[in-house]
Write a protein of this length. Sequence first.
Length: 88
Amino acid sequence: MTFDTRDDWLQIYREVRLAAVEVTTGPPFEMMTPAGFLRDGGLANSARVIGQALARVTYLKRMVWLMSKMRHAVPYLGYLALSGTKPV
């Protein structure tokens, strides 16, 4: 997996001549792990989602597929937020 880097995004912001560009970055997207999912959604909501996933074999297969993909992607899924102002 490849994603645009912090520097790639800064270059885009500079090319459109935004001023006072600020960057905030964060750790990997922990919500996509089972423990992070439980922490983020709480026990009741997580149980409801899991119940829905178990409701049909098709849903369960899709959830297993999704979680296997996410396990590999989580280390790359931090966040990056940029802001800038348009000069007057």
